[in-house]
Design a protein around this ligand. Sequence first.
Ligand code: HEC
Length: 215
Amino acid sequence: MKNRHNLPMAAFTIAVFLMAGCGGGQTDNNVLSTTPAAAPVATTTPAAVPAEPPADAQAAAKVPDAPTGVSAAGGTNKITLSWNAAGGATSYNVYWSPSSGVTAATGARVATSGNVYVHRGLPPAADYYYVVTALNGSGESAASAQAFTATAQLDGSAPYGANCASCHGSLANSSATNKSVDQIMSALQTVGSMCGIALTDSQIADISAALTYNE
Ligand code: HEC
């Protein structure tokens, strides 16, 4: 009786996991180039074939293992966190803190479906610490090993806050995300309400770097 109920859930869980793995693969940072994520698995796993109930059903009924390979890469006002997709996981929780020793009990939680998370709107040259857990219908895994890094020294948050936030919102939730230097320069010249804003080239470059994350 247990297997009969778990079988469709197993197929669903694996299908969702494969989609999440593909979705996390498109960024321009070099963290992902070293992490082959779930792509090779996706091409060889017959996700929807209900031919092997015992092993798959048991795997789905189990809480996933703790995520491995968690790595943090610092950028301008942001940190990109990535990890290996955990077998049987349908989503993840990221727990972060500015202090070392973060746990699922003490960290601020962010839920995410893929195995990449970009933490944005951060101050420059600041340390952040992370652990990640994997979830499925059976529960939440133990926490990964802690990963940490610092944001870059460059700071786009100060010029952004002074010149852009009043109209485009906070840096973490800006309506002008992923805008290149050229796009910002063009907007400064063509958007009527932005014409009075005076910025140096390096301020515009820093703002663009802070706004860019390519999720
Ligand atoms: C006084 C309000 C205001 C301020 C301040 C402002 N903007 Fe804008 N911005 C606008 C409006 C209005 C538009 C046109 C509508 C839109 O695209 O959101 C716009 C458009 C843009 C666009 C083009 C959007 C697109 O889709 O390509 C970019 C890029 C941009 N702003 C960046 C910035 C940056 C960077 C700053 C700070 C240096 C800034 N803006 C400050 C009001 C403002």
